[in-house]
Ligand binder design. Structure first.
Ligand SMILES: C[S@@+](CC[C@H](N)C(=O)[O-])C[C@H]1O[C@@H](n2cnc3c(N)ncnc32)[C@H](O)[C@@H]1O
Length: 275
C-alpha cells in the first residue's frame, strides 16, 4: 500500500518551508528551458492544462501565462504543504486562471479531458513511470499534448574537478537513488513513452553552465540541506561532513580558484500528441 508514511520516506526532499523556497528558486532558474519546451511542443492560448506534481506552483504559473486568461491550468500535488504554498503564491501574484488540488493525478478522476498534461521533475519519483504516464495520458483529449521534463543527473559535474561540488552531487545522487528515484529518467523518457503505448516523443535537452561565481551553487547546497535528514538516516553523509551553512561558499571558492566551470543536471524534455 502507498501509505502516507511510505510516500514520505520515499520522497527524500520533503516539503519544508526551506524546500518549497528552493523549488521556487530552482523554478525561476529553469523557467526559460520549460517555457521553450512548452512553446516548441505547441502549448498555446486558451488551452486547458494539467500540471502533474505542481510543487510550489512554478510550472503551473508559467503554463498559465502562456495559455492566457481564456485558458486554465490545474496543478496537482499529493502533498498538502505544496498545494497550500502554490495556492498562497497564486493569490499573492493575482493569478486567477490556475487552481491547485491535492492528490495523485494518475489516480484522480477529472470531469473533462485536458488539452495537455505536463510535468517537470515528477515522473522520476513515480515507482512505475510507464504505468503513471499511461494513466496520465488518459486525461488528455485525442490530439492533445503529453509533455514531461526530467533530469539526467549524470550531466552535473565540474571542470576541472572542484572536489566539494562533485562530492555534493555524489551525495545527492546517492540519496535519491537509495530512495528509488530515477536520477536519469530524462534519458529513459523515449522508451517510457513507447512502453506506455504513446508515439515516440520528440526530445530536447537543456542545462545550466557557468564559470567562476556565475553558477547558482546555492541551489545545490539547498537541495543538500533538504536531503540531509535522509542522507544521515541512510548513513550517506553526516551534517558535520556536509557543513551545509558554508557549502555554497566553499563550492564557489573552489570553482573560482580553479577558473573552472560547473554544469547542472540536464533537463530533458519529451513530448508527443495522443493519437
Ligand atoms: C521536485 S518537485 C517539482 C515541482 C514542480 N514540478 C517544479 O518543477 O517546480 C516534485 C513534486 O512532485 C510531487 N509528487 C511526486 N510524486 C507525486 C505523485 N505520485 N502524485 C502527485 N505529486 C507527486 C512532490 O510532492 C513534489 O512536490
Amino acid at each position: 500500500m502507498d501509505s502516507a508514511a511510505t510516500r514520505e520516506s520515499n520522497y527524500a526532499l520533503g516539503h519544508s518551508e526551506q524546500e518549497l523556497k528552493r523549488l521556487s528558486h530552482q523554478g525561476q532558474v529553469f523557467a526559460p528551458f520549460t517555457r521553450q519546451l512548452f512553446e516548441q511542443a505547441g502549448i498555446g492560448q486558451a488551452m486547458r492544462i494539467l500540471d502533474v506534481g505542481s510543487g510550489a506552483g512554478d510550472v503551473a504559473f508559467l503554463a498559465a501565462e502562456i495559455v492566457g486568461p481564456s485558458g486554465e491550468v490545474v496543478g496537482v500535488d499529493r502533498e498538502v504543504a505544496a498545494v497550500e504554498c502554490a495556492v498562497a503564491r497564486a493569490q499573492d501574484q493575482g493569478i486567477s486562471n490556475v487552481k491547485f488540488l491535492e492528490g495523485d493525478p494518475a489516480v484522480l478522476e477529472f470531469d473533462r479531458q485536458f488539452d495537455a498534461v505536463v510535468g517537470r521533475l515528477v515522473l522520476m519519483y513515480y515507482p512505475d513511470p510507464v504505468d503513471a504516464i499511461r494513466k496520465l495520458a488518459q486525461h488528455v483529449r485525442r490530439g492533445g499534448l503529453i509533455i514531461f521534463q526530467e533530469f539526467d543527473m549524470e550531466n552535473a559535474r565540474s571542470f576541472p574537478t572542484a572536489p566539494t561540488f562533485d562530492r555534493a552531487v555524489g551525495w545527492m545522487k546517492q540519496t535519491l537513488s537509495a530512495t528509488n528515484t530515477r536520477i536519469q529518467l530524462g534519458l529513459e523518457l523515449y522508451s517510457v513513452f513507447l512502453a506506455a503505448g504513446l508515439p515516440g516523443p520528440k526530445l530536447r535537452m537543456d542545462a545550466l553552465i557557468g564559470g567562476g561565481s556565475e553558477f547558482p551553487c546555492e541551489i545545490l547546497a539547498a537541495a543538500i540541506q533538504s536531503l540531509l535528514p535522509m542522507m544521515e538516516k541512510l548513513h550517506i553523509a553526516t551534517s558535520a561532513e556536509v557543513e551545509v551553512s558554508t557549502l555554497a561558499k566553499r563550492m564557489h571558492d573552489e570553482v573560482i580558484a580553479g577558473k573552472g566551470v560547473v554544469l547542472s543536471p540536464a533537463l530533458i524534455g519529451a513530448w508527443c500528441r495522443r493519437v
